[in-house]
Design a binder for this molecule. Structure first.
Ligand code: ZN
Length: 306
C-alpha cells in the first residue's frame, strides 16, 4: 500500500492527496491533476474540466501560495485541458519585464501552457474548423522532440512525448528528484486504456508507452518491506507504484494476445467480440455503456492488429 493519504476531502468534491512533500494530486475535477511546487512557483500537470476550474485553482491555492508557472497538458482531452485558461490566468509568467503595464510579458502575464505539438494542432483546429477550445486555453509552448526538459524547484523535470499510444500527442511528466511520474491517460485505472485510433493512438504505442512507464519507475527493492519507490500518477484513479503499472501492461498484452490468436484463426471482429477476450478483466476495467466500452477497446485492438 502507498503512504499517500487524503489530506483534505470534499472541497467542491475534490480530493487533495499528498504524494511527496512538494508534490500533490488533486482528484475529482475530471482528470487527475498533479501540482509540484517550490521557490520557483508551481508546475501543474493537467488542468481538469472547464466547469471545475475555479475549484481547482482554489485547491492549488491551499497547497501552495507560490504562483503557478506552468500548466502541462498530457493530451488534448477536454477533461484534461478544459481548465487550462483559468488555471494559467490564475498564475504568473516566469518571464516578466519591468513594465508596470505588463506589456511585453509573455502570455499576457499568465502561466505558460506546455504540450506536445499535436495537442496544440488539435486544440487550435488549423484545418479551417472552429476550435472547441477558447484561444486562451491553447498551449503557449509546444514541443515535438522526444524529450523537453526544465529545471524548476530544485529538480529536473522531463516531459516525454510517447507517440501513438492513447493519442499521438501524449506527454508523460517525470519529476526526477521527487521520483514521481505523471502518466496521463496512457495509464487509466478506471477503465481499459483509451486507444483513440482517430487521434493517432495505437495498440503497439500504448504497450510501448506502458513499458516506458515501467522502466521509469523503480519499486522498493531490495528492502521490499519499506514503503517507497517511484509513484506513478495515472490519468484517472489512485496513485500507483511500478507493480501496478506492470499489472496494467500485462492486462493489455494478454488481451492483445487473445485477440491476435482469434484473428489467426480467421475470426471476424464480431467473432472476436463473442469470444470475450477481456475475460477476467472486464469486471474491473470494462463498461457496457459510456464513452469507452469494452467493445470499443476490443475493436481498437482488432483494428490496430489488422
Ligand atoms: Zn482522461
Amino acid at each position: 500500500m502507498l503512504a499517500a493519504g487524503v489530506i483534505a476531502a470534499a472541497q467542491d468534491a475534490l480530493d487533495v492527496v499528498k504524494v511527496r512533500d512538494n508534490v500533490y494530486m488533486i482528484a475529482g475535477a475530471g482528470s487527475n491533476i498533479t501540482v509540484q511546487f517550490g521557490s520557483d512557483g508551481a508546475v501543474v500537470v493537467d488542468a481538469g474540466t472547464q466547469s471545475q476550474a475555479d475549484a481547482v485553482v482554489a485547491a492549488i491555492r491551499k497547497i501552495t501560495s507560490q504562483p503557478i508557472r506552468y500548466v502541462v497538458d498530457t493530451s488534448d482531452d477536454a477533461d484534461h485541458v478544459g481548465g487550462n485558461e483559468k488555471v494559467a490566468k490564475a498564475g504568473k509568467t516566469l518571464f516578466q519585464t519591468n513594465n508596470a503595464l505588463g506589456q511585453g510579458m509573455t502570455n499576457g502575464g499568465a502561466a505558460a501552457i506546455l504540450s506536445a505539438e499535436k495537442v496544440l494542432i488539435r486544440m487550435s483546429a488549423p484545418t479551417g474548423k472552429s476550435s472547441p477550445f477558447p484561444t486562451a486555453s491553447w498551449p503557449t509552448e509546444s514541443y515535438d522532440q522526444k524529450r523537453k526538459y526544465m529545471y524548476l524547484n530544485g529538480e529536473g523535470i522531463e516531459v516525454l512525448h510517447l507517440p501513438a499510444a492513447h493519442t499521438d500527442g501524449d506527454s508523460v511528466v517525470f519529476f526526477r528528484r521527487s521520483d514521481v511520474v505523471v502518466a496521463g491517460d496512457i495509464l487509466d485505472l478506471t477503465r481499459f486504456p483509451v486507444i483513440d485510433i482517430t487521434r493517432g493512438g495505437s495498440l503497439q504505442g500504448e504497450i510501448d508507452a506502458l513499458n516506458r512507464l515501467v522502466e521509469l519507475a523503480i519499486p522498493s527493492v531490495p528492502l521490499v518491506s519499506q514503503s517507497g519507490g517511484t509513484y506513478v500518477i495515472p490519468g484517472h484513479g489512485r496513485v500507483c507504484d511500478q507493480l501496478d503499472v506492470v499489472e496494467y501492461r500485462d492486462m493489455v498484452t494478454i488481451i492483445r494476445d487473445r485477440v491476435q490468436d482469434s484473428m489467426k484463426k480467421g475470426m471476424t471482429l464480431d467473432d472476436v467480440q463473442s469470444a470475450k477476450p477481456t475475460q477476467g478483466y472486464a469486471a474491473r476495467y470494462g463498461a457496457d455503456s459510456g464513452a469507452w466500452t469494452t467493445k470499443m477497446f476490443v475493436a481498437a485492438i482488432y483494428k490496430s492488429l489488422r
